[in-house]
Design a protein around this ligand. Structure first.
Ligand code: GAL
Length: 369
């Protein structure tokens, strides 16, 4: 009896040692090579279906991963952090080979990604950087700071502000909006825009009548259009009586639509009181149509097909034991590591170049008619 127990204990110890050995190897240089090659299922964790861009991102990646020889498990978190964590946990349990994650809250995934790491599953951070964890391998996005620069530069040019240091002349009134405080992109968009606007605010050519010039006064939880609309209502009623606001920095189309609704209810968009310059991002269909109608003024086009292709190429390379191509290894520090990134170029769109979206095949001519 005793011998049998000892033998069982020795076997268990041997098994544990073998397992530990595998674990060590899994954490070493050849971490993802044990199941090298094509096949298997990729987990795609997207934030929400409330915005058409994320629907397109998910579908584009699913299609392109399938073409590259993988299956996909595409999940949307409905903008609820706990949903996204549960979905990623489920992907780990189901043995997905790779995770591509567009985080709802960039700082909330530390624990679940540790589990992904322990299971030997590589992680690509998609569009939004995942913060506070070393368990993120690559980042695919657009040049986020450039997005903010394009929005602010558009305002400066449209208002013909001239040299930043010029004083005198009629000052223009501007209000500032920022994205969701838990999305790491928000501060890149804001910093990019403020780098351009700051000299004009300093010289008095631009004035923020509300005085809300800090990012944390301007953020909009979950990029919600209704929240932006309510804040714009409030800014107008408290700060603009006889005066009109001349420009609104909006970082995202869904918010721009809400901001324009608030402006219209306050009487803007009539011959005596034109709408201000309103920026945006994502070239969503509703906003492109609004631009063509002369309501929203500008948006920033980020071709989600190209971003999807980039993430798929990265994922395929990682699973194949190759090094993915990156073009930025210094700017995206998530607090635990600088994540190697590939950044694509965003493009500014206004009334004069909406047809570019048709030429690029992003929309059909019918959609924009
Ligand atoms: C950001 C993204 C933007 C916009 C926004 C709201 O993270 O970079 O393009 O989509 O979320 O969804």
């Amino acid at each position: 009896m005793r011998t049998r127990t000892l033998r069982a204990a020795a076997a268990a110890a041997l098994f544990t040692t073998l397992l530990a050995g595998c674990g060590q190897e899994a954490r070493g240089g050849s971490r993802y090579q044990s199941d090298k090659g094509k096949g298997g299922t990729i987990g795609l964790a997207m934030p929400t279906k409330a915005s058409e861009r994320w629907i397109a991102d998910g579908e584009n990646m699913a299609e392109q991963f399938r073409k590259a020889g993988y299956q996909t498990d595409l999940q949307y978190g409905d903008d609820k952090v706990e949903n996204q964590i549960a979905q990623i946990e489920n992907m780990i349990t189901k043995g997905r080979r790779l995770l591509v994650v567009a985080a709802i809250d960039g700082s909330a995934l530390t624990d679940v990604l540790r589990r992904a790491h322990d299971a030997g599953i590589p992680v690509i951070s998609y569009d939004r950087l995942i913060m506070g964890t070393e368990h993120v391998d690559y980042y695919a996005s657009f040049d986020n700071e450039r997005v903010g620069e394009l929005q602010a530069r558009y305002i400066v040019d449209k208002l013909r502000l001239g040299a930043p240091a010029r004083t005198g002349g009629k000052p223009y009134d501007i209000e500032l909006f920022a994205g969701s405080p838990d999305d790491n992109n928000t501060r890149y968009f804001w910093n990019g825009a403020m780098k351009v606007l700051q000299p004009y605010l300093a010289s008095g050519q631009l004035v923020v009548r509300s005085g809300q010039t800090r990012m944390n006064q301007a953020t909009t939880l979950r990029w919600d259009g209704g929240t932006a609309q309510r804040r714009m209502d409030d800014l107008i009623s408290k700060n603009y009586g006889a005066e009109s606001v001349d420009a609104v920095l909006s970082p995202y189309d869904g918010m721009s639509i809400g901001i324009i609704s608030a402006l219209r209810s306050a009487g803007y968009g009539t011959p005596g009181q034109p709408l201000p310059v309103v920026t945006g991002q994502d070239a969503e269909l509703a906003s492109v149509k609004s631009i063509m109608r002369g309501e929203q003024t500008q948006t920033v086009f980020k071709d989600t097909r190209k971003l999807a292709a980039r993430a798929v190429a990265m994922g395929d390379a990682v699973l194949d034991g190759r090094k993915p191509e990156v073009n930025n290894v210094k700017d995206y520090d998530n607090g635990k590591k600088t994540v190697p990134a590939y950044l694509l170029d965003p493009v500014s769109i206004d009334r004069t170049n909406t047809q570019l979206l048709v030429r690029e095949g992003y929309f059909t001519a019918d959609q924009l008619s």
